[in-house]
Design a protein around this ligand. Structure first.
Ligand code: FE2
Length: 253
């Protein structure tokens, strides 16, 4: 299942994806990309940010003003996902979405600085941040009428081109009852992450089946910063936010 993309949007998504795949292939051909064997085999890499940085990031997500998720929320040049009114309503009832605050941007800049080397080692070259977004997910126990298995909490892949990846930075601890993410390998084996706050997951989000898991312990919130990245010919770490419903820039420019 490709998440939230209707038939009418598929053509543009497919065209943008094809252009991106061609471009990343070209970068690879020119020696800018050499994925680590571990990344190619496992389709994910898990790291941990320093505790002080995790604390700073969590504070920034907690303090960021919230905004309603809006299917039209994307800036010029961004490829948007198709989101139905029903899904948009559920997304807003079970998650709190961060607007693009100065404090959040500064915290994300610090995270990008910390990730520069370890992510370059996984990708085998420089990389670029394409867009970020951030949200909080309260416990299912604290949301009346909360549902599971919809949107990103159902098993899915993201339908992005090969060469565009996501990094999920979890600013709260993950584990049973705390919420997190589950990854399903090709052999069906499921990995549920249990980590301290500050874990970052770089993964093949469009090739590795996954689902977000909401907390179930009352008064518990899962907070996450999502970075959409790609290999590039030089490091570009500007904290760009293309909008809540942006998938990627339409073109690799
Ligand atoms: Fe996803």
């Amino acid at each position: 299942m490709e998440l939230n993309v209707t038939d009418s949007a598929r053509f543009d998504v497919a065209r943008s994806n094809a252009i991106w795949e061609t471009y990343v292939n070209l970068l690879q051909h020119c020696g800018h990309v050499r994925y680590s064997e571990e990344f190619l085999t496992k389709k994910f890499h898990l790291g941990l940010l320093h505790g002080d940085l995790a604390y700073q990031l969590n504070l920034a997500v907690t303090r960021a003003p919230t905004i309603q998720y809006d299917a039209q929320h994307g800036y010029a040049g961004a490829l948007l996902s198709e989101v139905t009114d029903e899904l948009q309503s559920k997304i807003n009832s079970q998650h709190l979405w961060c607007s693009d605050s100065e404090e959040l941007r500064a915290a994300i800049s610090s995270a990008l600085a910390a990730l520069t080397v370890p992510v370059s080692q996984v990708l085998g070259g420089p990389w670029r941040l394409l867009t970020y977004k951030s949200w909080s997910t309260p416990s299912l126990a604290d949301v009346s009428g909360a549902e599971k298995d919809f949107g990103n909490t159902a098993w899915h892949t993201d339908g992005m081109p090969f060469g565009i990846f996501k990094i999920m930075i979890y600013t709260t601890a993950l584990g049973p009852g705390l919420g997190g993410i589950e990854l399903k390998a090709d052999n069906g084996e499921v990995t549920a992450l249990t980590t301290p706050a500050g874990a970052w997951l770089l993964f093949f989000n469009s090739h590795l089946w996954h689902r977000a898991v909401a907390p179930t312990i009352p008064n518990t919130t899962r907070r996450v910063i999502e970075l959409t990245i790609c290999p590039w010919h030089q490091m570009v770490l500007t904290p760009v936010h293309l909008g809540l419903n942006a998938r990627q820039p339409i073109y690799p420019i």
